[in-house]
Ligand binder design. Structure first.
Ligand SMILES: *Cc1c(COP(=O)(O)O)cnc(C)c1O
Length: 370
């Protein structure tokens, strides 16, 4: 096989093109139009929630969620260190401080046992991140939040349709955010969604994303808001994707099952977890290499054979912006995952021979000098 196998590629296999053409032909190309409403309604129904509010990406979805919860200057919000940078940056946008928590070896998500020790007078809430499509162990998080009167924001950017004990992620906290970036479970190109069951929070998010305009009085802006709107064209793509979301999830799970079976005998690798209480959507099929194996050398060797992989995210506590606030603190699990972890090709379009080929290149890389 000489083709290039990328980590991610959107699968536009439904009505995306028809709906986009309809936007162009009707000239409804901006942020009003029927696809916005259909996509929001459809996404809320998919989650079984009352409110889904579209916005222009998953990062601003987090910003809107934090603003709606009233986060401001000098507040603290607990965030996993091992996440995509948006989860932490959105806290800074509000003038607040992210306080980082280490990961759990078993789930690769935040470790709920470490949360309570991080709570101070200033702690307002917790952002949980369902990393790589696997749900966070929510019950202990929700119990702790109740005990200390904290909010819970679910960053579900990577986990559309994943389930925790039969409950969909995005339905358990106070408010949840999703991303529809090109490589996510479903995509709108760029796009995001804020979801909640709370009418008041939903109204605040709507107002904030539309320049702060009073919903009852046009051009009256009682607060400073933002233009964080999604376009009708993006929503048209999103609706086409959403109609096929079960297919997208089933394909990701099938790809993961091929990897799991094929990697079973590899003693040097740990494959993406799926806890007994979890239904992961395997946004990315991932592996963590045993300590001592040079991950970057493995990635390079696979790339030379046409297989793209990605390293895990750098933990937030290692980034220049956040280093000073985390000095002296230890994040051994996040550090190990970040050092030894890599994401394998995981697109919904992958075939079994392609997955077998990826596994082959990994086998060869591990057999080489390490
Ligand atoms: C992708 C992602 C985001 C941000 O979404 P964008 O649409 O790219 O802004 C936020 N959090 C996590 C965990 C993500 O993976």
């Amino acid at each position: 096989m000489s083709e290039f196998i990328p980590v991610a590629a959107p699968a536009l296999i439904g009505n995306e093109k028809t709906y986009v053409m309809e936007c162009l032909e009707s000239s409804w190309i901006s942020s009003n139009g029927k696809y916005i409403e259909l996509f929001e309604k459809g996404f809320a129904d998919f989650l079984g929630l009352k409110y889904a509010i579209s916005c222009c990406n998953g990062t601003v979805a987090l910003h809107l969620a934090l603003l709606a919860m009233g986060v401001g200057q000098d507040d603290e919000v607990i965030v996993p260190s091992l996440t995509y940078v948006s989860s932490a940056n959105a806290v800074l946008y509000c003038g607040a401080k992210p306080v980082f928590v280490d990961s759990d070896d078993r789930t690769w998500n935040l470790n709920p046992d470490l949360l309570e020790a991080l709570i101070t007078d200033r702690t307002r809430g917790i952002i949980v991140v369902h990393l790589y499509g696997h749900p966070v162990d929510m019950d202990p998080v929700l119990a702790l939040a109740r005990k200390h009167d904290l909010f819970v924001i679910e960053d579900a950017a990577e986990a559309h349709g994943a389930e925790y004990k039969g409950r969909k992620v995005g339905t358990m906290g106070d408010i949840a955010t999703f991303s529809f970036y090109g490589n996510k479970i479903i995509s709108t190109g760029e796009g995001g969604m804020v979801c909640t069951q709370d009418e008041e929070l939903a109204a605040r998010v709507r107002q904030l994303k539309g320049q702060g305009q009073d919903p009852k009085r046009r051009f009256w802006f009682p607060m400073v808001g933002y233009n964080y709107r999604m376009t009708n064209i993006e929503a048209a793509i999103g609706l086409g994707q959403l109609e096929k979301i079960d297919w997208h999830i089933a394909r990701r799970r099938e790809v993961a099952s091929w990897y799991r079976a094929g990697l079973h005998e590899f003693l040097q690798v740990e494959f993406s977890p799926e806890m007994p209480w979890a239904r992961s959507v395997f946004w990315l099929s991932s592996i963590v290499l045993k300590d001592g194996i040079d991950r970057d050398r493995v990635m390079n060797s696979m790339l030379q054979k046409g297989v793209e992989t990605r390293p895990f995210f750098y933990p937030m506590h290692s980034l220049p912006v956040y280093q000073s606030s985390t000095e002296g603190k230890q994040f051994p699990v996040a550090d190990r995952l970040a050092r030894q972890g890599m994401n394998l090709p995981s697109s919904a379009l992958l075939t079994q021979p392609q997955v077998d080929y990826v596994i082959d290149t990994l086998r060869q890389a591990l057999a080489g000098p390490i």
